[in-house]
Design a protein around this ligand. Structure first.
Ligand code: SF4
Ligand code: SF4
Length: 290
């Protein structure tokens, strides 16, 4: 009987709730194993000793979360990160476009709506948002926002059977049913400004779809529903930097699509979930020593 721990960092609990959506698969896992800690599910205050499988969600933004991740790693045989915040820093990782202290000042003291420019005291805040893998060794990652239920079930059951789980090696375009003709519209478009052709590739229509730079396996539900892929499953197996991969594709299309590319303007699109684990962010941190 393996001891399982589920911990949420950065106040996260959404991916733990996704784990609950395993329904009867979870009941089966729990009938054969023991849940020894789950911050939103059971009342256990201390991280137990000798955990077999630890599941961590959420990125690291405070010194406390850093210590918690270190303690979990020390006490666990296998550590899995679930969700794009834990795996890559997620959307909160876009905060790394600014150094931590500067960001607090900007948001709490300099914005027009701020009451008397009051700056909150938060002396345990780390200077930047970090994916869990930046702080401790991670054995397996289940990306996604939220992660796919089938991925959670597959990784957990495979590990508990003593085997090695492997995630999809395809990209989202491989899963997508939209037709690709290899020609592109001449202007970049946004979804709230026009309705896309329901059958044709969104990128070829001029919408910024992250499919080519994103790990597949989700079945491409977003393009199927008429929305661009936002890249929530992070980089593909072949390319470790999602934004640079997309930038590369966009640069060759920039003239055809009329896209005026700039990092501050487009990082929220090409690095929506992965800026905190990108090469550019690492360079910025080294340059500014944050
Ligand atoms: S770019 Fe988007 S719409 Fe086009 S094939 Fe890839 S996932 Fe589908
Ligand atoms: S299509 Fe893209 S945004 Fe949608 S679930 Fe898959 S990876 Fe995430």
């Amino acid at each position: 009987m393996a001891k399982i721990l589920i911990a949420g960092l950065a106040g996260d609990s959404g991916c733990q709730v996704a784990t609950l959506a395993l329904h009867e698969k979870l009941l089966q896992i729990l009938s054969e194993n023991e849940l020894v800690y789950a911050s939103t599910l059971i009342d256990a205050k201390q991280i137990p000793e000798e955990v077999d499988v630890a599941i961590i969600e959420g990125g690291i933004r405070t010194e406390h979360e850093k210590h918690l991740a270190e303690e979990i790693r020390k006490k666990s045989k296998t550590v899995i990160t679930i969700g794009s915040c834990a795996c890559f820093g997620g959307i909160p990782g876009l905060a790394n476009l600014e150094e931590g202290g500067e960001l607090l000042k900007k948001v709490y003291a300099e914005l027009e709506g701020t009451v008397e420019g009051h700056l909150p005291v938060h002396d345990t805040l780390t200077n930047y948002v970090a994916p869990v893998g930046n702080v401790v060794k991670v054995d397996y990652s289940i990306p996604g926002c939220p992660p796919e239920i089938d991925d959670i079930a597959y990784v957990l059951t495979t590990l508990l059977e003593g085997k090695v789980p492997l995630l999809s090696k395809s990209d989202v375009c491989d899963d997508c049913k939209r037709e690709r003709l290899g020609t592109y519209k001449t202007a970049a478009k946004r979804l709230h400004e026009s309705i896309p052709d329901p059958d044709r590739c969104l990128l070829e229509q001029g919408y910024l779809c992250m499919g080519p730079a994103t790990r597949g396996g989700c079945g491409a539900p977003c393009p199927a529903a008429g929305h661009t892929c936002d890249g929530c499953r992070g980089p593909t197996e072949k390319n470790d930097d999602q934004g640079l991969t997309m930038l590369d594709a966009l640069v060759s299309l920039a003239n055809e699509l009329g896209v005026n590319l700039s990092l501050p303007r487009h990082s929220g699109s090409i690095y929506r979930y992965t800026f905190a684990s990108s090469r550019i962010e690492k360079l910025l941190r080294e340059r500014f020593k944050i």
